[in-house]
Write a protein that binds this ligand. Sequence first.
Ligand SMILES: [Zn+2]
Length: 329
Amino acid sequence: MMSYGEICKELIAKNAVSYGDIYDFSETPLEKLFEEFFTFCQTNLSERCKEYDIQPSRFIYTNSYNIEARARFVKGFNIIEVTSGAMIETYKLLSFRNTLFNENKEVIKNYGSLQELIKIPLGHIMFQAAVQFTYYHELAHLAQKPFNEFKSFDESKHKGQGDKYSVQKHCLEFDADIHAANLLPAHILDFWNKQPKEAQTSENLSKLLSVAVSGILNYFMIMGQCGDNIYYDEKSHPHPVIRAVNITDKIIRVAEINVDFKLDSGAILQEAFNLTEKFCEHHKLLNFAVQFNEIFRAHSNDIGKYIEVLDKEADQFPNLLRNKFPDIE
Ligand SMILES: [Zn+2]
């Protein structure tokens, strides 16, 4: 596999990215974190994505404080870009400065034994779920190949044109979410299976999944996609609560295939909302999660209906992975 430096040189030489836009993480405090995530993403792109016909594909960090991720096709390269700001902020908030799991009494009571069991800080699990979700979501956009119609797929909230609604855009976003939700459980189960057999209970796995879903919700929040009242056919991305319902449902279904007990998707999602609410309260962040909980309770019927609408509309767009690879998705 090419090193990060080699990839940057190549993209600059081919005029796919300009020198000033590339983030060089060498000798920065988070060098190891950047390097590890790059290695995971680029290895996955180079070696595991044969069926998607997206070569050459490259993963880079861009030099920006904005919290943004995007997928684009330029000068023959399929590129996933994550800003340095997105990595640093997400790491700081969810992992490094996340004291929820060792300071909040109620959370310690609920999660203390899980934390003891799995050894890795639960905040770090939130961080990992968030960035892995982002990678798989952007990967799906590359594989959808929608670049005849859309120049690039930008995930952060945009004002004006970039945030315009189309049913196709919502279907592409939903499809990318489902793709990510399909692949994320493997990482959780991978390390779940390393736990002692007697600890592999439905209760523990449910908690772990709530932590992961909460990580994704927090990430939507960091990206500035929250704070809106419920909406359906508006804006470039479906409402975060609708996305969360859809994602969680898929994650649970995939996880259930791999364990010999049932999981309660509604309860796991509710707990993810609760955890997100406590996370915001504990860190004195603007608390969108209270609103998530209210929206979820008040509109769950309409949310379910909108998911069904997109599910039907999805048939007309051949770009979607669910239509290109029905067996995988
Ligand atoms: Zn997207």
